[in-house]
Design a protein around this ligand. Structure first.
Ligand code: ZN
Length: 227
């Protein structure tokens, strides 16, 4: 069970589930040669996918590439079912960053066969989350700058203005299918620049001047992976 922090204190609810969107930035959609979808591509990571981004990330490396997908993460504060955008706006507790860790080689095989993506995206620890700050700080959900540096070099940088589905309407749409409860997290899609992680990497993630997290990557599989 992972309880996110909000403004430096443990949030009142642990993460229950994480609802994610694939292909919410046209430039990332293009880099993976995917078509832009007519309706949002949604998927869920279970509670055990959530973990602390500040702790060293333990990633599986025995199943091919593990890609980082840097995303703006939204912490839900009140229950949302078939919600309007106005309902959503008043129900958001926090904003932070998350990594939608993806076993890219596994996902490619699953996509080819038309199979579900869970093995590639919903494994334990597949969603490291930063500390959250109050959503009240956000004056415009569609003008948020965020970036990821890997070993000192900028790998991903995005602005939420490039989202195909803006945050409030995206969450309202998700709530038509999945009730969102306090402690649930919404991942809003990744900008271009995704790529593989390696054991020993140092990552620096930032969102506006609200969040700056430095973390490192390790792997229980790294010995086997190198042999
Ligand atoms: Zn993603």
């Amino acid at each position: 069970m992972f309880t996110p922090s909000l403004d430096g204190a443990p949030f009142s609810s642990p993460v229950g589930k994480i609802v994610c969107i694939g292909r919410n930035y046209a430039a990332h959609t293009a880099e993976l040669n995917n078509p832009v979808p007519d309706t949002p591509v949604l998927f869920i990571k279970p509670a055990d996918a959530a973990c602390d981004l500040q702790a060293p990330l333990s990633i599986p490396l025995s199943q091919g590439d593990v890609h980082h997908e840097l995303e703006v993460a939204v912490l839900i504060g009140q229950r949302l079912t078939a919600a309007s955008e106005a309902d959503v706006a008043s129900a958001l507790a926090g904003i932070g960053l998350g990594l939608d860790l993806t076993l890219r080689d596994v996902q490619s095989v699953l996509k080819e066969k038309g199979l579900p993506w869970e093995r590639a995206k919903a494994f334990d620890g597949s969603c490291p989350l930063s500390p959250f700050v109050s959503a009240a700080r956000v004056s415009d959900w569609q003008n948020l700058n965020f970036s990821l540096h890997r070993n000192g070099a900028q790998q991903q940088s995005g602005n939420s203005s490039d989202m195909l589905n803006p945050v409030l309407s995206l969450i309202a749409h998700m709530s038509q299918t999945f009730t969102l409860n306090p402690g649930d997290v919404v991942m809003t899609g990744t900008p271009p620049g995704v790529g593989p992680l390696e054991a020993g990497d140092t990552l620096e993630l930032s969102l506006e001047d609200w969040i700056l997290v430095t973390t490192s990557v390790s792997s229980p599989d790294s010995v086997e992976a190198k042999s």
